[in-house]
Design a protein around this ligand. Structure first.
Ligand code: PLP
Length: 454
């Protein structure tokens, strides 16, 4: 066992040591070599050392350096060394954190992590939370609590009776809501399309003045941190209009919610604490390993009502919080451990510093690309930059060449009708030198592609 686990650690460390210097995309030969994985299911088991070696030799080179400093696709962050370390150790514990009695240490630590998150994100004291796989499920979980509350207020037990025959519930979303939010609504029986869409402005922000009249059971889904522009819905303003009418206001804050942890960024989320529920990702900007999202609900009992179960073999009378009362899963890993470790090692100032640094690096991309004559399509208020290199075809070909070059990695998007390259800065290890090297590659490739065009 010792030899095997030491070998795994050694291989993992070697992988991380080469992350900053390797090409971001895998070589074609490494992708071709994946064919060797297509073995028949073995009759007799193979050796564990050889299996680990095969995994490292075949699959490590076929990964994208997503955890590295020059991956700017999506808003994925990259696990920091300490959170990888705590993830390894807690995997060794192999704890099932479904209830306090079965996993007292990790369950206790998760409560600490919740308290710290509520503090650092400036959510209302007493807010409850559950650790889930990511923001998709965090939205789902929080909206299940919303569904419980609005149904109960209308005299309907939705957990027992479902939505068939239930009082009509109006669900309002912004026109730029993340597709996983509408998916969550579909999973909850609200329908992906049976929603009222509120128009957005040129940054993708919901226009509060265009909220429909609120009448009867209503759930409003807002967003902080548009996945393209980084823009924030005016959540405070929406709460001021909707809360007195009895609506539930939810905030999809997958990565944007972290703005609350920075003095400089905090004005972007002004009034967010007036909402009823919030979804956050830790595997994005907090830079912990996948899968790690958090669902927050102002009144923990609303979440508990939607999520808790009883069974004879599961003790319920615990003086301490049973984690599974607040999430869709029963069995799960100790997700809160990595979050706790990230917050403990960063501290309030370290977290703020990381967030501010990512935003400053995004502005560095913005000015480098703008000075080179390219159009920046968004107001760079956070960590997101949208750049157009010309028409859709040229922009796509330049992005394609940037991805193949491997100095850095950025994706393509269409923003309000215009094809653009999307740069997300969310990794703890990205430096000014990484941005400058990436900018140099982008500008060189843009020149080459444009020259070959004319
Ligand atoms: C990333 C993202 C999601 C989905 O999060 P996952 O962790 O991938 O499930 C939802 N909403 C927003 C705004 C996001 O940025």
């Amino acid at each position: 066992m010792k030899k095997l686990l030491n070998d795994a650690a050694k291989r993992g460390i070697r992988y991380r040591e080469t992350l900053a210097t390797r090409k971001v995309v895998p070589e074609q030969a490494s992708l071709d070599a994946l064919d060797q994985l297509d073995e028949a299911m073995p009759e007799q088991g193979e050796s564990d050392m050889a299996t680990l070696a095969m995994l490292d030799e075949l699959v490590s080179p076929a990964t994208v350096a997503m955890a590295g400093p020059r991956f700017f696709g999506f808003v994925v962050g990259g696990s920091s060394p300490v959170t990888l370390a705590t993830n390894w150790l807690s995997a060794a514990w192999d704890q099932n954190v479904h209830m306090h009695a079965a996993a007292p240490g990790p369950a206790r630590l998760e409560q600490v992590a919740i308290d710290w998150l509520v503090d650092v994100l400036q959510l209302p004291p007493g807010t409850g939370a559950g650790f889930v796989t990511g923001a998709t499920v965090a939205n789902f979980t929080a909206l299940a609590a919303a569904r419980h509350r609005v149904c109960e207020d209308a005299g309907w037990d939705v957990e027992a009776n479902g939505l068939i025959g239930a009082p009509e519930i109006t669900v309002i979303i912004g026109d730029e809501a993340h597709p996983t939010l509408t998916k969550s609504l579909g999973l909850l029986g609200f329908g992906r399309n049976r929603v009222v869409r509120v128009p957005v402005d040129d940054q993708g922000r919901m226009i509060a003045a265009q909220l429909p009249e609120i009448d009867g059971p209503t759930i409003i889904c807002t967003q902080v941190g548009n996945v393209n522009s980084g823009a924030f819905d005016p959540v405070g303003e929406i709460c001021d209009v909707a809360k007195p009418q009895g609506a539930w206001v939810h905030v999809d804050g997958a990565f944007g919610i972290w703005a609350a942890a920075s003095k400089q960024l905090r004005p972007l989320v002004a009034g967010m604490d007036k909402a009823d529920s919030w979804a956050a990702d830790a595997h994005k900007w907090l830079n912990v390993p996948y899968d790690s999202g958090v669902s927050f609900v102002r009144k923990p009992n609303d979440l508990k009502a939607a999520m808790s179960i009883t069974a004879e073999y599961l003790p319920v009378a615990s003086v301490r919080r049973n984690p599974s009362d607040f999430v869709p899963e029963l069995s799960r890993r100790a997700r809160g451990v990595d979050i706790w470790a990230a917050l403990r090692t960063l501290g309030r100032s370290g977290l703020e510093g990381m967030l501010d640094r990512c935003c400053a690096l995004a502005r560095r991309f913005e000015s480098g690309l703008h000075d080179a004559g390219f159009d920046i399509l968004n107001d760079v208020v956070l960590n997101q930059v949208l750049v157009s290199f010309g028409d859709a075809d040229v922009t796509r070909r330049i992005i394609d060449a940037i991805q193949k070059d491997g100095t850095c990695w950025c994706g393509v998007t269409v923003w309000q009708g215009q094809t653009a390259m999307r740069i997300s800065v969310s990794n703890w290890s990205t430096s000014e030198a990484d941005v400058d090297a990436s900018l140099a590659a982008m500008l060189r490739i843009a020149r080459e592609v444009s020259a070959s065009n004319s």
